[in-house]
Design a binder for this molecule. Structure first.
Ligand code: SF4
Ligand code: SF4
Length: 442
């Protein structure tokens, strides 16, 4: 079926763009605490300078310049537009009326660059071409998508192929978990946990295609729409034919895409009718709350937790005064963190016997991005690992020797950051830790 997508152009957002007062509040993560926090929040500003043009206020000034025709989408400007992890850190700080759409403004600039043939950056073109050729950003032929499942076959614990066998739960693996060697422990631990918990689940295997997050973050709306349309139609078919009621993913990027980007389709309600999407952390937390997540043994470690942007502040919900009855028309009124997965991972970590959990100074909505998102890992690899090194160093300040997260991208980049600064910090995905303490089924 043909779907209509409501993806904003820069022109659509123009009235918001003029609300920025260039106050600079978006540079720093503020929290009255205790302990009080006032540390830089923007990876781009931290690396390239806040008083230049790299933080949110600078990027919004670019958007004005582009709309007024004062700035050309030349190589330098396009490079600057992509010097942003789309982490939303600035959005959490800003209190003015364009707050709800700040990352949207940055992505709309990227879409404009792509439409003009000036973006994305040359290294990104391998990703977008790979999406067209292989339906994943890693240039991986589809047969490689199931490589991680080999140990399960070998152990005579095969994972259902949901295209052939019905199951109420679809484990949507995501390209990074399936095709990035260093992230493979994440789908492996997830499937292992699900088997131990006796869940009836299946995977799409070689039929899984990218969620489209990479394309959307890079400004390639057409490629995003192609992938997302395919997935929405497939999800509905799986619901009808194979009984899928829940889609679980261990990837923060996939979760964000399905939850927040797919809703831009006019067919979202129809395609997702009867289907719930949850991140593995939320799913396991629900089992834990219901007393269905047995934890045995002990993991004695001092650990801290890194909040991935995509399951944290990207899921903020904003209240806007649409008709002017509260403040004025279009005013930003309030923000809800109800959908953000801040407490679930912490509660699960603390439930593991032996865990000594310590918090980093910048956490939850004020988390400092690992530096890998928004195409930065591909476009500016050196900066991405340098930023991850800063986050690892912040973790070390707590005295922890271990860091947990819940995103394959953060996992990969934080590991690279630890290596870069010569830190012994061990980076785990939360599912890897839970897999160690959830016993085999009787
Ligand atoms: S984006 Fe918001 S916080 Fe940042 S300079 Fe503009 S108005 Fe101030
Ligand atoms: S989204 Fe993140 S990297 Fe981009 S300007 Fe905002 S704080 Fe900086």
């Amino acid at each position: 079926m043909s779907m209509k997508w409501d993806i904003s152009s820069l022109e659509d957002l123009e009235h918001f763009i003029w609300r920025c007062t260039a106050c600079g509040t978006c540079k720093v993560a503020y929290d009255f605490g205790p302990p009080a926090t006032a540390k830089p929040i923007c990876p781009s500003g931290t690396e390239f300078g806040f008083e230049g043009n790299m933080s949110s206020k600078g990027k919004i000034a670019f958007a004005r310049g582009i709309l007024e025709g004062a700035l050309e989408l030349d190589e330098e400007l396009v490079g600057d537009i992509y010097r942003c992890t789309i982490c939303g850190g600035c959005q959490n700080q800003c209190q003015l009326d364009h707050k709800p759409v700040i990352p949207e403004i940055f992505e709309a600039m990227r879409r404009k660059a792509v439409e003009a043939g000036a973006g994305p950056l040359p290294p990104h073109k391998n990703l977008t071409q790979s999406l067209k050729n292989y339906n994943n950003p890693y240039q991986g032929p589809r047969r490689l998508r199931t490589d991680w499942t080999r140990p399960f076959k070998k152990a005579k614990k095969p994972i259902k192929n949901i295209m052939k066998q019905p199951a109420p739960v679809l484990f949507y693996v995501g390209c990074t978990g399936a095709l990035n060697q260093q992230a493979r422990p994440i789908p492996t631990a997830t499937a292992n946990l699900f088997q131990k918990l006796d869940l009836d689940f299946g995977i799409l295997g070689q039929d899984e295609v990218c969620c489209g997050s990479t394309a959307m973050r890079l400004g390639d709306a057409e490629e995003f729409k192609r992938l997302a349309t395919h997935n929405l139609e497939l999800f509905q078919k799986l619901h009808t034919d194979q009984g899928v009621e829940t889609i679980v993913t261990s990837c923060a990027g996939c979760y964000r895409a399905i939850k927040k980007d797919y809703i831009l389709s006019d067919a979202y309600e129809e395609m997702m009718d009867g289907i719930r999407v949850v991140h593995t952390v939320k799913y396991l937390h629900e089992l834990h709350t219901d007393g269905k997540l047995p934890l045995e043994g002990e993991l004695a470690m001092k650990i801290t937790y890194h909040d991935p942007c995509h399951i944290g502040r990207h899921l903020n919900r904003f209240e806007v005064d649409e008709d002017g009855s509260q403040l004025w028309e279009g005013a930003y009124v309030d923000m809800s963190e109800e959908d953000c997965l801040y407490e679930e991972p912490r509660e699960l970590l603390e439930a593991i016997p032996g865990m000594d959990f310590v918090e980093m100074e910048r956490n939850r909505g004020n988390s400092f991005c690992c530096g890998g998102g928004g195409g930065v890992m591909t476009g500016f690899g050196d900066w991405a690992t340098k930023n991850a090194g800063l986050r690892i160093a912040e973790g070390m300040e707590t005295g922890a020797q271990n860091m947990a997260s819940t995103c394959p991208f953060c996992h990969f980049n934080l590991n690279a950051g630890a290596q870069r600064i010569g830190s012994d910090m061990k980076v785990y995905d939360l599912v890897e830790l839970l897999d160690q303490v959830v016993p085999e089924k009787e």
